[in-house]
Design a protein around this ligand. Structure first.
Ligand SMILES: NC(=O)c1ccc[n+]([C@@H]2O[C@H](COP(=O)([O-])OP(=O)(O)OC[C@H]3O[C@@H](n4cnc5c(N)ncnc54)[C@H](O)[C@@H]3O)[C@@H](O)[C@H]2O)c1
Length: 328
């Protein structure tokens, strides 16, 4: 039996990135295209030869999807996601989990919305996935394998810089590679709408890190760089498709993994293909994967919002103490 997919939010990322991913999943049937903008829903429904819906409740009741891909904007993530989860339908939602003022300005109050989404999944025993598609970059996967195989030794430090366009993805990758952040201190500068921010991090595994987010990086070059160091050597991941460098502690030579014709952003669609395939495989076949969950989304929000809190309050911020409801 094929999986019945519904999509909510017929906008840019759905058209350009999610649907090309869903088109590649075998045994998948499009059963609904939903948008409160009727013209958008109608256009997508015509293209995918399925019914259009203009509200999520009606869509869930009539189309009866097995899984829903929520591609609404940052301040519109929570309501449709919670509707799906309360109806017992697994959902995947775009990042960041919730941001009233958009992804460059995740506020402390936004964390409560993310918590409500996480709880809707937990209390209804229904899977919630985050579309942290950068996890599916071939180089992110390679680095994760090296860390898990112990090739880099014990975690030592991370040193990361990113364009704000990739901000929540980079925070998610930091956690993907090195686990939870328990404490951070931060400073911000620049314009209110896109503040450059710099944070110092302490991880649960005892290692430390730095993280800078800014709009002051040209689109032609790496939007993000993540340096992960262990006791046996360090690595540099350049954007999602700019390659992975490995500098072993005991040798002069470094290793560079770089596929032919790669450029920093060339692999963008591969990452969405990985994310949609992982969600489908989990719902259809119960296959565990590297995909981010609602809990990962919630933890990303704590760091994201916590950086502004730590800067404003001029102190080291302990995340489990600041967000105790998230740890019950
Ligand atoms: N993962 C990535 O790399 C990546 C890349 C680009 C964008 N994004 C994220 O994708 C999300 C969507 O961005 P976009 O540019 O496609 O937005 P968009 O504005 O083009 O599309 C969003 C659509 O959702 C619809 N909508 C809003 N609330 C709704 C509701 N309750 N029910 C039905 N439809 C509803 C709107 O009418 C709109 O058509 C954002 O959260 C953005 O951060 C992620």
């Amino acid at each position: 039996m094929s999986l019945r997919l519904a999509l909510v939010g017929c906008g840019g990322v759905a058209r350009g990135s999610h649907l090309p991913g869903w088109e590649k999943v075998e045994d998948l049937e499009f059963v609904a295209m939903c948008d409160k903008d009727r013209a958008r829903a109608d256009e997508f429904a015509r293209k995918y030869d399925c019914p259009a819906y203009y509200d999520v409740a009606t869509m869930l009741a009539e189309a009866k999807p097995d899984l829903v891909d929520v591609c609404t904007r940052d301040p519109d993530h929570d309501t449709p996601t919670i509707q799906c989860l309360e109806a017992g339908v697994p959902a995947m939602v775009e990042k960041p989990m919730y941001a009233a003022a958009g992804q460059y300005n995740v506020a402390e109050a936004d964390v409560g919305h993310a918590l409500a989404m996480y709880r809707a999944a937990r209390d209804n025993n229904t899977p919630l996935f985050m579309n942290y598609n950068y996890r599916f970059s071939p180089y992110a996967q390679r680095l994760k394998e090296m860390i898990e195989a112990g090739e880099l030794g014990q975690p030592a430090y991370m040193h990361c810089v990113t364009h704000l366009a990739c901000w929540s993805h980079t925070i998610d990758l930091i956690r993907f590679f090195n686990g939870d952040v328990v404490e951070l201190a931060a400073r911000v500068s620049g314009p209110e709408e896109a503040r450059t921010r710099s944070a110092s991090l302490r991880f649960a595994n005892g290692s430390v890190g730095t993280l800078v987010g800014t709009t002051q990086r040209g689109w032609q070059h790496d939007l993000l760089r993540i340096e992960y160091a262990g006791t046996k050597g360090y690595t540099v991941m350049r954007d999602i498709a700019g390659g992975l460098e490995y500098y072993p502690g005991e040798q002069r030579e470094r290793t560079l993994w770089l596929r032919s014709h790669d450029a920093p952003r060339n692999g963008f669609q591969i990452t969405f293909d990985g994310s949609t395939a992982a969600f489908a495989a989990f719902v259809g076949q119960g296959k565990a994967s590297a995909a981010a969950t609602g809990l990962d989304g919630l933890r990303e929000m704590e760091i994201d919002a916590g950086i502004f809190v730590a800067a404003a309050e001029d102190k080291w911020l302990n995340l489990p103490e600041r967000f105790p409801d998230n740890y019950e």
